[in-house]
Design a protein around this ligand. Sequence first.
Ligand code: ADP
Ligand code: NA
Length: 340
Amino acid sequence: AFKNRVFSGVQPTGNLHLGNYLGAIQRFVEMQKTHDCIFCVVDMHAVTVWQDPHELKNQIREVTAAFLAAGIDPKAHIVFNQSQVAEHAELAWIFNCVARMGWLNRMTQFKEKAGKDREAASVGLFAYPNLMAADILAYHATHVPVGEDQKQHLELARDIAQKFNNDFAESIAAHGFGDAFFPLPEPLIQGPATRIMSLRDGTKKMSKSDPSDLSRINMTDDADTIAAKIRKAKTDPEPLPSEAKGLEGRPEADNLVSIFAALSGRTPAEVLGEFGGGPFSTFKTALADLTVARVAPVTAEMQRLIADPGHIDAVLADGSARARAIATPIMDAVKDVVGF
Ligand code: ADP
Ligand code: NA
């Protein structure tokens, strides 16, 4: 039996946005009550596309600050950055040898991120899901809270764990690890905010890499910027429906209602109970006020923390040491099982 343990990560690639906050970070905060949690700034994933070294350092601190500002407790749980724990890379190599080319060829995120010129993409971008599997399985994590965009990668992590358990079944048993060395990690993709969409295009997810800054609410936006972006958010000409099923086929309206629901802890039906039948202008004003009320304190606390990089680096160093203490014996056991 595996201990209930959560692992999840956020890339330090800049433009941390409301989708990351609602789809991931806010959920991490909740999970602390019920699980032992490991939250990772996945800097080794970030460099699968080129990052300016000076910016990267700042962005690692910014994501860490967001974790802490949102309410993650780095003493009761673990907060660290991936590159400080060598076991991630070591286990990823083993998984490069377990996963099949055909499995990775099916990953839609690689196709999206590599774009048309696949030959020019880094090998790391292609192998990214193997590193993600290693992130989770190096801790024998059982639960992984993520947004909808990570579902396929989580399925791959389960396939890798299963194939490792099968390929090495005899050795696993011989070394006294029973019939499964790795747990099959469960994705936790729940709530109204598993896929927050762009404010400019209801068919695309809100993303760090969207060239339009109007497409997303950044966690560092001030109140006026947030209000302006919500006012300019794309909508359709109809009033808001009074029931949730009326949101079908209306991605922009659905998205704004989902954001309101996630920020207020209400269901979309409850939100429509209040605003349904009314014009978008009234709803947008209320949504802007709510977003500012929820985001501004987090932003202010992030800024306070970022002003003291020494403190953030100390949190990461402490978290890394505690992460290593879990991952090292697991990696040692993997080496025994593999025959190293
Ligand atoms: P991004 O996809 O913005 O580059 P990451 O890959 O670092 O960010 O993802 C960090 C977490 O945020 C993941 O759990 C991911 O599923 C979640 N996430 C990213 N974008 C969204 C979104 N638009 N809506 C909900 N969750 C999201
Ligand atoms: Na992502």
